[in-house]
Design a protein around this ligand. Structure first.
Ligand code: PAF
Length: 286
């Protein structure tokens, strides 16, 4: 597996693969790779002959006071994991390579409606930063398909919308969240948790599961379900940012008649913000 740092080298390597008749799959990441990322590479390998991963901690999607500076950067370990997983090419650009003219005048991509509320409300500008960098990366790699984790549910919805709205000929695939044995969704930010916080963190998934189970059993008083699980989170020492039940496709607030639901949560444990979600389609068996 080669690692390239410039758009020029990236385009040359992808062009070579294309000239050999290969289909291109793409897995964009911010690095500090865990089994969840590796599952995306494995999925890509099953579908295409040439898998490109990117590692870029994108300043444009971090707000003031967020964890841009302390976001873990572990390139050497990530390269080993990618090699082992069968990745064909790693694109690991610098900030200057991605934003050669700086970020202030950078053309932005914004996806209205889907970017509003949930993480969009707590992290203003975040999804514009994501949509912009993903659009740039898509134009640089020009893959046939791209794979993202469903853990970032709203992000995936935003990316599906931008690809559709901007007529990009790229198939977007969402892969199920990979969880630790106790239910905690794998995330690079889990590394910020101390031992005691790590022991408490699975309460986030338990809250989602409990709401999903109640809905499956016929409960439709969504505000009461939310209130009860917010209390559970608070009792465990978390500070919920949001806990909401939404329509799975449009992300508008769910009504009691909806059958395709997603329960989404963001909560602070100390200074670490954990997010998770559970998709619940009442027309498919549990
Ligand atoms: O999910 C991530 O790791 C990032 O938001 C992404 C999609 C790589 C864009 O920077």
């Amino acid at each position: 597996m080669n690692t390239v740092k410039t758009v020029r080298e990236l385009r040359a390597a992808v062009a070579r693969a294309r000239s050999e008749g290969k289909r291109i799959g793409f897995v964009p990441t911010m690095g500090n790779l865990h089994s969840g990322h590796i599952a995306l590479i494995t999925k890509a390998r099953q579908r295409v002959d040439f898998v490109v991963a990117s590692i870029f901690v994108n300043p444009l999607q971090f707000g003031a006071g967020e964890d841009l500076d302390k976001y873990p950067r572990t390139l050497a370990a990530d390269q080993e994991k990618l090699l082992e997983a069968g990745c064909s090419l790693l694109f690991a650009p610098t900030v200057e390579e991605m934003y050669p003219d700086g970020m202030a005048g950078q053309t932005r991509v914004s996806v209205p409606l889907l970017s509003e509320g949930l993480c969009g409300a707590s992290r203003p500008g975040h999804f514009e930063g994501v949509a912009t960098v993903v659009s740039k990366l898509f134009n640089m790699v020009q893959p046939d398909l791209a794979i993202f984790g469903q853990k970032d549910y709203q992000q995936l919805a935003v990316i599906r919308a931008l690809v559709h709205d901007l007529n990009m000929p790229i198939q977007i695939i969402g892969e199920p969240t990979v969880r630790a044995a106790d239910g905690l969704a794998l995330s690079s930010r889990n590394g910020f948790l101390n031992e005691q916080q790590r022991a408490v963190a699975p309460v986030v998934y338990r809250a989602l599961s409990s709401i999903a189970e109640s809905i499956r059993q016929g409960e439709r008083d969504f505000p009461a379900l939310i209130q009860a699980q917010r209390q559970q989170l608070e009792a465990a020492g978390l500070r919920p940012d949001y806990l909401e039940i939404r329509h799975a496709l449009t992300l508008r607030p769910a009504t009691a008649e909806d059958r395709d639901l997603v329960i989404l949560v963001a909560a602070f444990l100390g200074t670490t913000r954990l997010i998770d979600n559970l998709h619940l389609n009442l027309d498919t068996p549990a």
